[in-house]
Design a protein around this ligand. Structure first.
Ligand SMILES: [Zn+2]
Length: 455
């Protein structure tokens, strides 16, 4: 994946200093009209990044201070206008123009101009009507303040994403309803090839490689077994980074794509990727996508990091609702769950509530099956790599919380271990990991999963 980020050249120095001196020597009479201007002390843009994807395009402006932005959309032609207060023109913000890729599904071009003395106006010329979300993020990890512009499609939007985006009036009720209906026949089935979640109204079953949703019976007999593969991290969230700069998000996407190929070549099995490119997907959306495609199995793919470079070996995790099986497992779950903070989730929406609902649901049957498939995957991986732990561990991973899909998280290796980082970069080793995981999956389904989805 290309890195869209860039370091900023030295920012334009704010005129605040001279003003401050002016105020210091001014009489009370002069201070009053000056103070409101000082409240908008100019910030500096540190970096601009774009993350184009079919699902949505994200534009991130990284700043040294938290700035206020206002936005509105215009039609004929479709445009998004964003006014950022407290900014003056700089080369870094101008770089945004060249960051827009010709294949961006949403943005045709962008214009940047100083609109008012302290206001930068961004005008995005759009390829389609959008429902934008603009929000700010406080500093976390390597990042300073971020102003995030998420450009979601106005039409053809997945209702589940609408829930996550807070576009619905009562997201909680809708999630509950969604959970209550165990694989409703009316639910649209995403294409497993195009990786797009089509809108309900425009479903074209004859174009879909999956059989119609009415096909009943156990997976693998009347319908293909569907495996949701979840490459961890993506977009703003690189995941763990190896000493040679290897990024977890790139490695796990590559392994997931290899595994998808292997699965799709099986006679009665299909794979669906929760993320098929380098963009950020919130943990909760990953779970909902897997539920949406009625997955029979959910596998989240990661590559660990540990403080000590000597740590090595693969591990497999299942969900624990009541504490972790080890301190390391707890630590790992905490790190993986931070993905939403680093990737940048819009906390203005209702994600906290949604996550809590899923957390409270009983997932005992799911976990039982997860332990079984996890054991098989672990023993197969044990044939090609050393194991960090000889048994499936458990902890409160947010991404494993689907109440009705056996869900495991595979930490393929330690990217922080130089030898394993080298292996993770090797296409041959990535293939070996994918093959081992497929063997584990096949073994589990050959034995007959206890928790077969009903349609
Ligand atoms: Zn990870």
């Amino acid at each position: 994946m290309a890195d869209n980020s860039s370091a900023a050249p030295a920012g334009i120095s704010p005129p605040g200093l001279s003003r401050r001196r002016l105020i210091a020597s001014a009489t009370t009479l002069f201070i009053l009209p000056v103070i409101p201007r000082l409240a908008h002390a100019a910030g500096t843009i540190l970096a601009v990044r774009t993350w184009p994807a079919d699902e949505y395009t994200r534009v991130t402006l990284e700043l040294d201070t938290e700035l206020k932005a206002e936005h509105f959309t215009l039609e004929h032609p479709d445009r998004l206008v964003v006014d950022i207060n407290g900014l003056t023109m700089s080369q870094t913000i101008n770089n945004l123009i060249s960051k827009v890729k010709p294949n961006d599904p949403y943005i045709a071009s962008v214009r940047v101009a100083q609109n008012r003395p302290d206001v930068i106006r961004l005008v995005f010329d759009l390829k389609q009507a959008i429902a934008p979300q603009v929000f700010t993020l406080k500093p976390i990890g390597e990042y300073k303040y971020r102003l995030v512009l998420d450009l979601y499609p106005k039409v053809a939007q997945d209702p589940l994403l609408a829930i996550m985006n807070g576009a619905d009036n009562d997201p909680l009720a809708e999630v509950l309803e969604n959970l209550a209906q165990n694989a409703p026949d009316s639910a649209p089935i995403p294409s497993v090839q195009g990786q797009k979640l089509p809108p309900v109204a425009t479903k074209k079953p004859d174009l879909d490689p999956l059989p119609p949703p009415a096909a009943n019976g156990p997976p693998g007999i009347n319908r293909p077994i569907l495996i949701a593969l979840d490459p961890g991290h993506g977009g703003e969230d690189p995941g763990a980074i190896g000493r040679n700069g290897t990024r977890e998000k790139d490695i796990v996407l590559s392994i997931a794509r290899r595994l998808k190929k292997l699965i799709d070549s099986q006679p009665n099995m299909r794979a669906y990727l929760t993320r098929d490119n380098d963009y950020f997907v919130p943990l909760q959306v990953r779970v909902q996508k897997a539920r949406r495609v009625k997955a029979d199995l959910f596998i989240s793919i990661h590559a660990d990091a540990w403080i000590k470079p000597s740590a090595r070996g693969s591990s497999v995790f299942a969900l624990s609702q009541h504490g972790a099986t080890s301190a390391a497992a707890r630590w790992m779950a905490k790190r993986e769950n931070e993905a939403d903070l680093i990737g940048g989730i819009n906390l203005g929406s209702h994600n906290k509530q949604v996550a809590q609902v899923l957390l409270d649901l009983s997932t005992a049957a799911q976990i039982n099956d997860a332990m079984r498939v996890g054991g098989r995957v672990l023993s197969e991986i044990g044939k090609i790599n050393s194991l960090h732990k000889a048994s499936v561990e458990r902890a409160g991973f947010a991404v494993l919380k689907a109440p009705d899909i056996p869900s495991i998280l595979v930490e393929t290796a330690f990217i922080s271990n130089p030898e394993e980082e080298r292996l993770l970069r090797s296409p041959a080793h990535q293939d070996r990991i994918a093959s081992a995981m497929l063997s584990g999956i096949n073994g589990y389904f050959a034995q007959g999963p206890a928790l077969a989805r009903k349609s």
